[in-house]
Design a protein around this ligand. Structure first.
Ligand code: ADP
Ligand code: ZN
Length: 603
């Protein structure tokens, strides 16, 4: 049995070996037992059910919540020569009948079905007429009412076990938190299932957070130009307006950028999404409405121009970079205004007190993560309950350790300025008072005669803004409920004011480093021959993809083309040895790519 699985991995998918724990998951299903698989994005979940579905007798039924994802997976499987199809609302009646006919004839190894369709009596009856190899429940966290992707239909999937007790089931998710895991096991009746829990680390993603920039937009542009020219990426912004502004601005600056948010007409949204997926090198500027169900493996960077509300959201959004395992960047700009906006949104939210407390806690954790001077990856994974002993060496704090300074006295000045001015003013006003600015409004309020007037002239505006940001982030100051941005003291600041607790803060760098620490991320080749071969291989891939109306990565992944550049295969036999080249693809595309490789040789 195990031999059969390995044989399929090699001949159909063209990969030499399983990753952990793929082989064990597959063995579990082959033995007819259930499995619950928690693996990060890009970990290789699909093969865990695709291969046993092919190796066991009967058809494997896959429940997947998103039409786009299903189509992508089925297209990719067919490219590899696997008999796969889907049933969802994208098919008309005649097409659906044709798929059902193939299924009834035993002509399918894998059938993808939308959850709302699967739980219909009509579908269940259909499934009873043919032997089934397994049920795979993808994106299993959709069963969780607390998560952001809740799908009511998922709650009804426990019927699968009742109706088909002998068919093994596998549930898969990339969602890390423990309550969701528990919910999945309970709701889907998988408490007895064997669990496979992988680390949620995404080692190929480099985390970077830059603080307190004058112009985050400019910094983003520099980042894209220096490190990601021509790469596909996603830029997240909080508001629709900002999405449109940034997309337009980037376009003016010569970056291929498209907007995406829920306020755009559906046709525009679809078109932009299709271009992002099917063409190369687009930057999608989007609200968080974009991303779920995007399987594009070669998204090389995810940038945040607005702060996510929680670490979960940050992890999920950045996780869309580098699914293919090649180096990728998660870049975020973050400043005083973000902190104020989010704190205000939280206070103004209509949610009940319990929910608010949870949300506040999540935001605190997110802000703490932004301000940390320790390894980002260690902090991120610690939040998900994973402890890693050594700093990662692939995040900004590891690569350029931030400097800290004793901000105790400055913080005391800031806090007493807030106090003396009556806790009614916003950051800009407070900084003006601290720096002793000659201002009409300050004089009118009599604050030029206050003891804190001018006591902070030794620090510049940027340093004060950084200080206030960190005080708010650490909950030493609070933002008012009414939304005017006035700052108030919190009980937590007492110890600091009394001088009982020293405060060490991150030093603000007025200008971010523009130099990149290492050109680790871009697909740059040592020689110009390599570069032109890479371009030629990509052109060949694009042509083949267009002919068939599939995304380029469905033909071959970047990693496969990259290996072709490195190894320069001369024959079909050598080409077959490249990871990602299975038998069907060798037949279909081998000659075209060998031709490109030969031409490169003689040019
Ligand atoms: P997930 O669903 O967990 O995000 P995928 O199933 O899409 O991940 O796999 C991520 C990438 O890893 C895909 O490009 C896939 O082809 C590749 N992959 C999966 N398993 C292997 C393997 N054993 N060897 C090489 N590549 C693999
Ligand atoms: Zn690190």
């Amino acid at each position: 049995m195990a031999d059969r699985a390995l044989e399929i991995l090699r001949s159909v998918f063209g990969y030499p070996a399983f990753r952990t724990p793929q082989d064990e998951v597959i063995a579990t299903l082959m033995a007819g037992e259930d499995a619950l698989v928690l693996m990060p994005t890009g970990g290789g979940k699909s093969l865990c059910y695709q291969i046993p579905a092919m190796a066991r007798p009967g058809t494997g039924v896959v429940v997947s919540p998103l039409i786009a994802l299903m189509q992508d997976q089925v297209a990719a499987l067919r490219q590899a020569g696997v008999r796969a199809a889907y049933l969802n609302s994208a098919l008309d009646a005649a097409e659906a009948r044709e798929v059902e006919r193939q299924f009834l004839e035993g002509g399918l190894d894998l059938l993808y079905i939308a959850p709302e369709r699967l739980v219909l009596e009509r579908t269940l009856t259909l499934l009873e007429r043919v032997p089934l190899s397994l049920f795979a429940i993808d994106e299993a966290h959709c069963v969780s009412q607390w998560g952001h992707d809740f799908r009511p239909e998922y709650m009804r999937l426990s019927i699968l076990h009742e109706r088909f007790p002998q068919v093994p089931r596998i549930a898969l998710t990339a969602t890390a938190d423990e309550p969701t895991r528990r919910e999945i096991a309970e709701r889907l009746g998988l408490s007895q299932a064997r669990r496979f829990i992988q680390s949620f680390d995404r080692p190929n993603i480099r985390y970077r957070i830059v603080q307190g920039l004058d112009s985050p937009r400019e910094a983003l542009l520099r980042f894209i130009r220096n490190e990601h020219a021509g790469d596909a990426g996603i830029v997240y912004c909080l508001s629709r307006k900002k999405v449109e502004d940034v997309a337009q601005w980037l376009t003016e600056k010569g970056v291929q950028a498209l907007p995406y948010h829920a306020g755009l007409p559906a046709a525009t949204r679809e078109q932009n999404q299709a271009r992002f997926i099917n063409e190369e090198g687009w930057v999608m500027v989007a609200t968080i409405a974009f991303g779920m169900g995007i399987d594009k493996p070669n998204v090389r960077f995810v940038a945040h121009l607005s702060l996510p509300k929680s670490i979960e959201a940050y992890y999920q959004e950045t996780g869309r970079a580098g699914r293919d395992g090649l180096p990728a960047n998660a870049w975020m700009s973050y400043g005083l205004q973000d902190v104020i906006t989010l704190r205000q949104m939280m206070e103004a939210s209509e949610a009940d007190e319990t929910h608010k407390r949870v949300e506040r806690h999540k935001l605190d954790a997110m802000l703490g993560f932004c301000e940390t001077t320790d390894c980002r990856r260690q902090a991120l994974l610690a939040y998900f309950g994973e402890s890693h002993d050594t700093p990662c060496g692939n995040c900004d704090t590891c690569l350029e350790p931030p400097q800290t300074w004793d901000a105790t006295v400055a913080a005391q000045k800031a806090l007493s300025c807030v106090h003396r001015t009556g806790q009614r003013f916003g950051v800009n006003y407070l900084i003006d008072v601290l720096r002793g600015k000659d201002e009409e409004r300050i004089r009118q309020n009599g604050h030029d005669r206050q003891s804190t007037f001018g006591i902070g002239a030794d620090l510049g505006v940027a340093a004060w803004r950084g200080l206030f940001r960190q005080l708010i982030a650490r909950n030493l100051l609070n933002v008012d409920f009414e939304g005017h941005g006035a700052l108030r003291l919190t009980p937590a600041c007492r110890a600091l004011l009394k001088g009982e607790a020293p405060l060490w803060l991150r030093k603000e760098t007025s200008r971010p480093k523009t130099r990149t620490t290492r050109a680790a991320v871009r697909t740059v080749f040592a020689s110009s021959e390599d570069q032109s071969l890479w371009d030629a291989l990509r052109a060949c891939r694009r042509r083949l993809a267009e002919e068939q109306g599939v995304p380029p990565y469905v033909v071959f992944h970047d990693a496969t083309l990259m290996q072709m550049v490195e190894q320069r295969p001369h024959s079909r036999h050598e080409l077959a040895g490249i990871s990602g080249v299975g038998e069907r693809k060798l037949d279909a595309y081998g000659d075209a790519f060998l031709q490109v490789l030969r031409e490169a040789e003689f040019s």
